[in-house]
Design a protein around this ligand. Structure first.
Ligand SMILES: Cc1ncc(COP(=O)(O)O)c(C=O)c1O
Length: 420
């Protein structure tokens, strides 16, 4: 479900012609639809157990206006760094709705999160547990902790976004969990009150999620039997979204919710969910202008002004994104759609049928709202992509394109080099 549709042969974002945004902002540009963000958050809330905390995973899209849109709907945040903590707080998400995941939290990050009085630390190692104990105890505080346990379940997704197998760096080994809860009980400044899992992303088969939640619920019971007061179960994120318009859609959040309810109904826990992609992926497109059509290869190259620095997913995960012409009118023609970056991996699509196009035409890369702008870089000294948020007939530039001078401003001449 999204709010990017054609009207009179032209692509609109909600009620705004994409062309109008491009005229104001230029290309490449990310465009987000508030209506899709809202709709997906509401779908998730309706599906989740009553009272569940929906901690939107900031890593998927941390734009402040996106966060504020979700905060206004009641979203919490799943964060993985102090930067994301600051963003969530700045967008109006209260500390009491924030959970902190990640394998490498530093002492200063733990300290910042303690200051913000966040809801939960999802602790991923014994080292982190001991460090958090030191930091919290030193401040005279008690940190609410869920241990992220690794259920050793293959999420059946791309290897680079699977996180719940024994091989993966995430979470504590299943076999270590009981020992670590016992340790946590003895550590000052720690209240181990939850169990946390997250087995991967873009999951399109519910069975691994079913198994993982069942395992986690079983651990809650085991720990309680050992005298631990476990009151929370964080089931992570991971639900997949449709990237191809004509593929079989991934399971609905309602089907997932049924499974979740089945495992938690009698468990008496506060359920926490950490959806990212599901909320934002289809709420965003990346719009780019064709710079050249280059003939000569087996197929013509469509060279865009967006590259892998703007949207890394195809290069990083071999990800498929649908591409549409903003004003389609030519015969279908097969292209290799590429960016301008000096890397052979800078390819958005190979042998893709698109309306015959010429330099200057606008193309929209769909389902780009999650893990898009956040993974952007200025490789090849290309400015970070601006971001625009649409709401009905309005649009607003919510991150502008930096100037080249701004991009150089963080650098200083080495003392032994004379300024020009
Ligand atoms: C700990 C954690 N929670 C939640 C998410 C969000 O996952 P997704 O965007 O697939 O919902 C991630 C991303 O992989 C994650 O690492």
């Amino acid at each position: 479900m999204n709010h990017f549709d054609y009207r009179d042969g032209e692509l609109f974002a909600e009620d705004v012609p994409v062309r109008a945004i491009v005229e104001a902002v230029g290309t490449p540009v990310y465009i987000y639809a508030s209506a899709t963000l809202t709709r997906h958050f509401e779908v998730m809330r309706e599906a989740a157990p009553p009272g569940a905390l929906i901690a939107y995973s900031v890593k998927a899209n941390g734009n402040l206006s996106v966060l504020r849109t979700l905060a206004a709907l009641g979203a919490g945040a799943d964060i993985v760094s102090e930067g994301e903590l600051r963003r969530a707080l700045a967008a109006g998400i209260p500390g009491q709705k924030i959970v902190f995941s990640g394998v490498g939290k530093t002492a200063s990050e733990l300290d910042a999160a303690l200051s913000a009085q966040i809801y939960q630390f999802n602790v991923e190692s014994e080292g982190e547990l001991r460090l958090l104990s030191q930091v919290a105890n030193g401040r005279g505080r008690t940190a609410p902790v869920a241990l992220r346990v690794n259920p050793d379940i293959d999420a059946q997704t791309h290897a680079k976004i699977t996180t719940g197998t024994a091989e993966s760096k995430f979470g504590v080994a299943w076999a270590d969990a009981e020992r670590l809860y016992a340790l946590a009980k003895d550590l000052p400044g720690i209240d181990a009150c939850g169990v946390d899992i997250h087995i991967g992303s873009q999951i399109t088969d519910l069975r691994p999620l079913d198994l993982a939640i069942e395992k986690a619920a079983g651990l809650v019971r085991t720990l309680r039997a050992q005298g631990h007061k476990i009151t929370r179960l964080d089931v992570g994120g991971g639900l997949g979204v449709p990237y191809m318009l004509d593929e079989e859609p991934p399971p609905l959040p309602s089907a997932y919710a049924k499974i979740l309810a089945g495992h938690t109904r009698d468990l008496d826990v506060h359920v926490i969910l950490e959806p990212g992609r599901l909320i934002v992926a289809n709420a965003g497109i990346l719009v780019s202008r064709v710079t050249y059509i280059k003939e000569g290869g087996p197929r013509p190259f469509m060279i865009l002004d967006a590259g892998m620095n703007d949207l890394l997913r195809p290069a990083l995960y071999d990800a498929w994104h649908d591409i549409k012409a903003v004003r389609p009118d030519g015969e279908l023609t097969a292209y290799d759609v590429v960016g301008p970056v000096c890397e052979s991996a800078d390819i958005f699509a190979k042998d893709r049928e698109l309306p015959a196009s010429k330099a200057g035409d606008l193309m929209a890369i769909l389902t780009a709202g999650a893990y898009g702008a956040v993974q952007g870089s200025s490789y090849n000294a290309r400015p970070l992509t601006p971001e625009v948020l649409v709401k009905g007939r309005q649009f607003s530039v919510v991150r502008r394109r930096p100037t080249f001078d701004e991009m150089m401003q963080l650098e200083t001449w080495a003392e032994w080099l004379k300024p020009l």
